[in-house]
Design a protein around this ligand. Structure first.
Ligand code: ARG
Length: 439
């Protein structure tokens, strides 16, 4: 039973928050006249000493069930009898909810910083891509040429949405749970408003039954983490692909890659693969929490102890993965020539159709005419720019010598100037907006 019940191995890291909330609770009991001023001072100072001991490292003993009972034992060791008065009117149920919320808020802040650091590196690397053109893909088939920085920024905006989700999750956590007691509230006249202010919460929870069983804030955080994991997995996949010899758009550095024990020539993008893989872990942690919550009776049940297993695992994972992806991106080199060489004139088929449209042809007819040309080029295994003007005119009489300009990749990119598009001016606006979003 002890082995099953113990959570100290997982919740040990809550100690700074548990100490802090316990000191706030002692003050609240003091203010309410439940504790003498002297006992209150003794407890607060005793908890400072306990925090120092915990900071230096304390090995839990067999009877330490969780971080709350461990701190209780240490406080007894330090100050004796007054320690027994601290637990008046509170329960580990409102205690663990409060400590978890404080931890979650701090964690959200750290994750927001780690995501912003990756975004900042993306913006820095855009400078190295200035003027570079590469293929864009749909269905992983060559589609249309784009500015390479436009591709990189396509991974910036998902992280921007992620940071907003993290801010929302932090707000969701920012409610004072202390004072809810075990389930029915506290029978001593403590000021929850003073507790709220002392611990830095935005609001006070409204219903003690709900409070001890509410883990929505953890679900919110785990969802935000899972989305980051999904976004990183897609960014990683792009980079892994672009780093293959077949693409050759990027070359990885040495710090975040590994060699092979057998093949001397290998430089494997392990950090990116682990980032891609850890998306599964983050989804698993979210799923595990949601399944834990589903169908639980209201208020606290011990099932909830496992919330922290999921939360800490996901947070630890992302805190390794985000900086590793950032580091990989910071040290890789872009091969602009390989990017440019992968743009073939056949990718300008849409531009050809647009060219006919500008000459007055309805788009559907233009699409059909270009379709005939693409088939002709395909049959002879040549690219569009290798066809003669005669061949173009066979498919439509509106073609003239201007057709070869329409096949320029730079021209194709430059024409896509609508807001959010890949043309240089639109890209400048986007970069400016990205810098502002990052703050
Ligand atoms: N270790 C417990 C948890 O994390 C603390 C709350 C225990 N509450 C109780 N009634 N046994 O959930």
């Amino acid at each position: 039973m002890d082995a099953l019940n113990r959570s100290i191995g997982i919740d040990f890291r809550l100690w700074p928050h548990d100490v802090r909330l316990s000191q706030a609770w002692a003050e609240a009991l003091g203010d309410a006249g439940v504790l003498s001023p002297e006992d209150c001072r003794t407890i607060v100072r005793g908890l400072d000493v306990v925090a120092e001991r915990l900071g230096r490292g304390v090995a839990p003993i067999a009877s330490d069930e969780d971080i709350h009972t461990l701190i209780d034992r240490l406080l007894h060791e330090e100050i004796g009898e007054p320690a027994s008065r601290l637990h008046t009117g509170r329960s580990r149920n409102d205690q663990v909810a409060t400590a978890s919320r404080l931890w979650a808020m701090e964690c959200a802040d750290a994750m927001i910083g780690a995501a912003a650091a990756l975004q900042a590196t993306m913006l820095e690397r855009c400078a190295d891509l200035d003027g570079a053109i590469m293929p864009s893909y749909t269905h992983l088939q060559r589609a249309q040429p784009v500015a390479a920085a436009h591709w990189l920024l396509s991974h910036f905006w998902p992280l921007q949405r992620d940071r907003q989700r993290l801010i929302a999750a932090r707000q969701s956590a920012s409610a004072l749970a202390l004072g809810a007691g075990a389930v029915a509230g506290s029978a001593f006249p403590v000021s929850r408003e003073r507790l709220r202010a002392a611990l830095g919460f935005e609001r006070i929870s409204e219903n003690s039954i709900d409070t001890v069983g509410d883990r929505d804030f953890i679900a919110d955080l785990l969802y935000a983490f899972a989305m980051i994991g999904i976004h990183l997995s897609r960014f990683a996949e792009d980079l892994i692909m672009y780093g293959s010899s077949e693409f050759g758009f990027v070359r990885f550095g040495h710090t975040y890659t590994t060699g092979s024990s057998m093949m001397p020539q290998k430089r494997n993008p392990d950090a990116l693969e682990l980032a891609r893989g850890s998306g599964a872990r983050l989804l698993g942690d979210l799923t595990s929490l949601l399944v834990t919550l589903k169908g639980l009776p209201s208020s606290y049940s011990k099932d909830l102890q496992d919330d922290k297993r999921a939360l800490f695992d996901a947070a630890d994972t992302l805190m390794l993965v985000l900086p590793a992806v950032r580091g990989t991106l910071a040290e890789l080199t872009f091969n602009r020539e390989r990017m440019r060489a992968a743009v073939s004139s056949t990718m300008m088929a849409t531009d050809l159709a647009d060219y006919l449209v500008r000459k007055g042809l309805p788009f559907r007819e233009a699409h059909a005419a270009v379709g005939r040309i693409v088939r002709a080029a395909d049959e002879r295994s040549v690219e569009l720019h290798e066809l003669s003007l005669d061949e173009f005119r066979k498919s439509h009489s509106l073609f003239d010598s201007g057709v070869y300009d329409a096949l320029s990749a730079e021209g194709s990119v430059a024409r896509r100037g609508a807001y959010g598009g890949t043309a240089p001016d639109a890209l400048r606006v986007q970069l400016e907006n990205a810098r502002k979003a990052l703050g």
